[in-house]
Design a protein around this ligand. Structure first.
Ligand code: FES
Ligand SMILES: [Fe+2]
Length: 412
């Protein structure tokens, strides 16, 4: 029977860790607090080293906490990151998404900077500043940057945050044996989706939505052992799912898949979700990496990368591209189904009076794939960092931030 408003707003008969207040996906104040308390302090993947293949190659990156960054591979081959802002009068230093230059030149007054962020030129500097300030006193603001497992380039805006190794912990252990050879990005796609960033990560963190995917139904769910695979959770909100064999032969048009991936059994699959918005998904012959940039509570930039081996021959690469596009390409079978799901959530949940009150994360199935333990694990970390309960975010925050009060007519 349909629920009356009073019934609808009643808390679900589940532990408070097993459901969410939907304002976590819609509230403006919570959103800006997340940028500060979460994204301002975590390690985050900015790109892959293969996207900066040569010395003096650079690439811009919109950090999820807000500021624009520029990443540069230096003369010494090391990748460094800087705030993409000129110290003269605050202009954006680099406008292009990517390029290569021995010196970065600000378009405004032509100041120049080298691959280490040092100022190397001030137009009419002596005339204007005499000896009061000079190149030696000026440079770009450095951001912590580290290339790690698989060649991903990580950044952290917080100079005091614990090191990357302790942030990741053992979360990438299952993937590491498969990421020992140099990788290369061959597919890059950037999407603006009207949904909350967490909803995309949620979808990557629960496999109960197998029912959404034709491909999963015909290649996976009918296989023995499919439902026995388990989630593993790791400190800092990360989670992974064990391997399975993908039955490409069951998929119309799938054909023979022989190329494979180093140390991965044929048709193997591994997935790791990294807090607060990155997913590494290794499926038979391709590694996919998702990362999110929250723009507004109901607007998210999703970057999707497909990676193969840097050593691929043209024929091998063509096969990986075909595998990738069959499933994850813009016209593939899987990606648009996920996007339909999360954009539908974004549409339905966008206003306080849309009728949405709670989101359930209550499935318990011994941490197997249709258990929602990875979602609960994510929101436990969200709560820890925000100092708020995810099922009751506006009651007596233990953190210092202030968020808006409950909308009129809605229980706090
Ligand atoms: S703002 Fe960059 S040189 Fe003036
Ligand atoms: Fe999906």
């Amino acid at each position: 029977m349909a629920r009356t408003r009073e019934q609808w707003e009643r808390r679900p008969p589940l532990p408070s860790t097993h459901y969410l207040d939907t304002r976590l996906y819609t509230d403006e104040a919570l959103f800006s607090e997340e940028r500060d308390k979460i994204f301002g302090h975590v390690w985050f993947i900015a790109c892959h080293e293969s996207e900066l293949p040569g010395r003096f190659d650079y690439r811009t990156f919109q950090h999820p906490a807000g500021p624009g960054l520029v990443l540069i591979r230096g003369k010494d081959e090391q990748v460094r990151a800087f705030f993409n802002i000129c110290p003269h009068r605050g202009n954006q230093l680099v406008y292009e998404p990517a390029g290569s230059a021995r010196a970065l030149t600000c378009i405004f007054h032509a100041w120049t900077f080298d691959d280490r962020g040092q100022c190397t030129g001030i137009a009419r500097g002596k005339e204007g500043y005499q000896d009061r300030i000079g190149q030696q006193d000026l440079g770009l603001r450095a951001v912590r940057c580290q290339v790690d497992v698989g060649g991903f380039v990580w950044v952290n805006l917080d100079d005091e945050a614990p090191p990357l190794s302790s942030y990741i912990g053992d979360a990438l252990r299952t993937l590491e044996p498969h990421l020992q050879q140099p990788l290369q990005v061959f597919h890059y796609q950037k999407l603006a989706v009207k949904t909350n960033y967490k909803l995309w990560h949620d979808t990557n963190s629960e496999l109960y939505h197998d029912y959404l995917h034709h491909f999963n139904r015909v290649t996976g769910m009918l296989q023995p052992g499919y439902f026995e695979r388990k989630y593993t959770t790791f400190p800092n909100g990360h989670a992974s799912v064990g391997s399975m064999q993908v039955r490409y032969d069951s998929y119309a048009g799938g054909g023979d898949r022989s190329i494979g991936w180093p140390e991965l059994s044929p048709g193997g699959w591994l997935l790791v979700d990294l807090f607060p918005g990155m997913t590494l998904n290794l499926r038979t012959s391709v590694l996919r990496m998702d990362s999110v940039t929250p723009v507004a509570p109901n607007l998210t930039i999703i970057e999707l990368r497909g990676l193969g081996l840097a050593s691929d021959t043209p024929a091998e690469r063509a096969e990986r591209v075909r595998d990738h596009n069959t499933i994850w390409g813009p016209f593939g079978r899987n990606l648009h189904e996920d996007l339909l799901g999360v954009s539908g959530q974004g549409r339905a949940m966008q206003s306080a009076d849309s009728g949405s009150r709670w989101v359930l994360h209550g499935r318990e199935e011994d941490m197997t794939i249709h258990d929602e333990c990875a979602l609960r694990h994510f929101y436990a970390e969200w709560s820890r960092r925000m100092g708020r309960s995810s099922s009751d975010p506006f009651s007596q925050p233990s953190g210092e931030g202030t968020a808006s009060s409950a909308p009129p007519g809605r229980p706090a």
